[in-house]
Write a protein that binds this ligand. Structure first.
Ligand code: ATP
Length: 739
């Protein structure tokens, strides 16, 4: 049997293929084996006559589509297998996400889910007719003119509509096509059930589908990739080894150390892929930033991404500090002026072209307002008259079918206003797109999350160089979203830090939790390794170095012994042993003194005793004169970060600069003082997801001069990673019991 691949199919199925093979290719029907159709491609097994089929059908038609036909070669097969494997994993993950939402829909009340931003209640639906997207319906609050609550439901998401019972199996689901302050428009594949044209409806977020769709789109574009992207794809799929070109001969920032400079030169040299690999604080981001700066300087178009909004913010801030002109597509996680001013939305506000687009839109709305005073050509008055006929009659000043001439004239004016408004809306869209293009063209670097790199505004853009920071926190298909828009890729990461979150255990087991970075770093030699860190006092660094990096990290002498007194601070005697600026590493052991608890509607945990202590300590630091912007509190549990924020608000007047975040959210960042609240304290020795060594590694390596870890040693040492920690701190730092 020969396997043939057919490309360019439209809606044709196996029947059309067999028909064409038999009738035009002259193949015996019995000689046709398995047929696998996948989107616009199909693979067909053929016994005798494969060559004849190619002769007759390659470049010809199957059904209505013009197709290409070829023998399935090794390369095509490998790419197909890769795409199939990862599409399957993405689909599993999507299912797991749907199941998570279903669980939440069962356990939270409608109000709680609405408050969480994942449902909208009290909706009415109205049919909007058929479009390319399907059968569209618009949903607004039943009480007319009432704005919708804030939700995370956005264009591209899968939502479920229900009345009374959101757990019914037959509730319809559809894709969001438009969101405004007052309405959400949803497209359904099939004609939606009648009850949706009524009131008392509820809309639930069912899956943040857009990211899954973008991953699948990226995967699907691989088989037909051309040029540099095809070479890159072949490396990713495992068909080719990465190139090993001599480092470029360029002067790079000489404040970087030798390994960092070499990493930049190697990264700039690659035609396909280079990895920057190293433990916390060794300057992976710093090196990536220099590689970006150099790429810009030699004229490359550059896309810089990371898996999370926080990590993208970090890139934007650091590039901006280096004088690089960045545009941020998407929304920053933190709202500082520097971050806000670089967003596409904010830059649009200053664009003259965008202003013109706005004026057009405003003018169009004014025209629509004028329609209010006229008779609309709806069923009651139109009486089957076409638009053209209404205009003709109006020109002649005549009535028709019992409709008086004045009404006809009003309807004609209404139609004229509509036509004029439509034209203005179209012009507004054109100008808006033009404004976006102008801003992106003028930017030296475009920054976005991996997912947002797949958004429509970047759809037709291709970049010479892509840099993915924190690449070990992103799944392989999510990295593909920016990769398929690029010619070469530089990734920075460390697989001893947090891996990507994968919800489906099966998908994780079958390969989704192994990152592209990790896979390539294990397989090839296309990486630069950094070992000297410039962040932590050596005692803060020591545990992580010994536990996770075979003692291989070196502290640069500029930081090895740096402590808070270098920053001129004074200590409040009340918390002296803990706050003591000269002690870089302190473990505050609550020993069961501060038990954890769980909120009724939450799977997270919180610990009021720890929250209160941590807030007291932060207040003490602020009193000592440390800039609040140099303090962060992190915790593995997001309920605890909420609680700590409340406690801080109660103690301090200005908390805007203080950062409180989850450990996962803080990856890639650093502060002079970092307090870690471990939360878990119970009699069962239950540690939940504290039992992830990589999470502790990240938590411990965020502080530059002072790390305070607060936790119950009796509970947390149930997780192996914490077992030796109290001992380490006793030797190299200070353990302070709270009792
Ligand atoms: N060659 C250098 N000289 C002086 N300081 C440096 C150098 N390289 C990096 N740094 C500083 O070290 C700190 C850590 O750097 P960076 O954030 O780039 O490390 P990273 O490896 O990306 O960290 P993480 O693993 O946490 O993401 C920063 O404050 C940075 O300015």
């Amino acid at each position: 049997m020969t396997e043939l691949v057919i490309r360019g199919l439209g809606s044709e199925g196996p029947g059309d293929i067999v028909g064409a093979f038999v009738n035009e290719g002259g193949v015996d029907p019995d000689a046709i084996g398995e047929i696998e159709v996948d989107g616009s491609e199909a693979v067909v097994e053929v016994g005798d006559g494969a060559e004849r089929v190619i002769d007759h059908l390659d470049g010809g038609r199957i059904g209505r589509s013009e197709v290409e036909l070829a023998v399935l070669d090794e390369r095509t097969r490998a790419v197909r297998e890769y795409v199939e494997e990862y599409s399957g994993l993405v689909e599993r993950e999507r299912q797991a996400e749907i199941e998570r939402h279903e669980r939440e829909i069962r356990t939270l009340s409608a109000r709680e889910r609405e408050e969480a931003g994942r449902a909208i209640t009290r909706l009415s639906g109205r049919e909007e007719g058929e479009s390319l997207a399907g059968y569209e319906m618009k949903f607004t609050r039943s009480h007319s003119g009432e704005p919708l609550p804030e939700t995370s439901i956005s264009v591209g998401d899968l939502v479920m509509l229900s009345k009374q019972d959101p757990t019914r199996d037959d509730n319809p689901t559809g894709t969001v096509t438009q969101v405004t302050n007052y309405s959400v428009t949803v497209a359904f594949d099939q004609r939606p059930p009648g009850f949706l044209s009524g009131t008392g409806l509820r809309m639930d977020l069912y899956a943040n589908d857009i990211t899954f769709q973008r991953m699948l789109d990226a995967l699907e574009s691989l088989p037909t990739a051309e040029g540099a992207l095809a070479d890159l794809r072949d490396v990713i799929v495992g068909l080719e080894e990465p190139d090993d070109l001599a480092p470029v001969d360029r002067e790079v920032d000489d404040s970087l150390n030798q390994s960092q400079q070499m990493a930049v030169r190697r990264a700039l040299a690659t035609d396909d892929l280079h990895l920057i690999h190293g433990p916390p604080g060794t300057g992976k981001t710093t090196t990536a930033i220099e590689a970006i700066r150099q790429s810009v300087e030699r004229g490359d178009s550059v896309l810089a991404t990371a898996p999370s909004n926080t990590a993208v913010d970090n890139l934007v801030e650091r590039l901006h500090e280096k004088g690089v002109d960045v545009v941020r597509v998407g929304n920053p996680a933190r709202v500082t002026p520097a971050l806000r001013d670089r967003t596409l939305d904010s830059l649009l506000e200053d664009s003259e072209t965008y202003q013109r687009s706005r004026d057009c839109r405003e003018e169009a709305f004014e025209l629509l307002d004028q329609q209010e005073y006229l008779t609309a050509p709806s069923g009651r008055w139109r009486r089957g008259l076409s638009d053209e006929r209404i205009r003709e009659l109006a020109d002649q000043g005549r009535g028709s079918r019992g409709v008086p001439p004045e009404r006809i004239e009003e309807m004609a004016s209404w139609l004229d206003l509509q036509a004029e408004a439509d034209e203005l809306f179209e012009r507004a869209d054109e100008l808006e797109n033009q404004a976006i293009e102008e801003i992106l063209d003028a930017a030296e670097v475009v920054c976005a999350t991996n997912s947002t790199a797949g958004s429509d505004v970047l759809a037709d853009r291709r970049f010479d160089t892509l840099v993915i920071d924190e690449a070990t926190q992103a799944t392989e298909p999510s990295c593909l979203i920016p990769i398929v828009r690029s010619r070469r890729v530089i990734m920075a990461g460390d697989h001893r830090q947090l891996p990507p979150t994968v919800q489906s255990e099966r998908a994780a087991r079958e390969g989704l939790s192994e990152t592209l970075f990790e896979r390539l770093a294990d397989q090839y030699d296309c990486r630069s390794v950094l070992r000297t860190q410039y962040r932590m006092h050596e005692r803060i660094m020591g545990f992580s170095s010994e536990r996770f990096y075979d003692g291989q990290i070196r502290a640069d002498e500029s930081v090895a012994e740096h402590t808070l007194p270098d920053l001129d601070t004074e200590v409040s005697p009340e918390y002296e042993p803990i706050v003591d600026p000269a002690a870089p590493l302190v473990y505050v052991d609550t020993q069961g003194d501060a038990p954890e608890r769980q909120r009724a509607d939450s799977t997270s945990r919180e610990n009021p005793g720890e929250a209160s202590l941590v807030a007291d300590l932060v207040a003490a630091y602020v009193e000592t004169g440390i800039d609040p912007a140099e303090i962060a509190v992190i915790s593995p549990y997001d309920d605890q970060t909420d609680l700590i924020e409340d406690e801080l608000d109660a103690r301090l007047s200005a908390t805007a600069d203080l950062e409180v975040d989850t450990v996962d959210g803080f990856q890639g960042r650093e502060k002079e003082v970092v307090l870690v609240s471990l939360v878990r304290s119970n009699d069962r020795g239950s540690v939940g997801f504290l039992d992830e060594p990589r999470r502790f590694n990240v938590a411990l390596t965020r502080a530059r001069r002072k790390a305070i870890v607060v936790g119950d040693s009796e509970t947390v040492t149930a997780a192996p990673v914490y077992e030796d920690f109290p001992e380490y701190v006793r030797d190299r730092g200070r353990v302070v019991p709270t009792q």
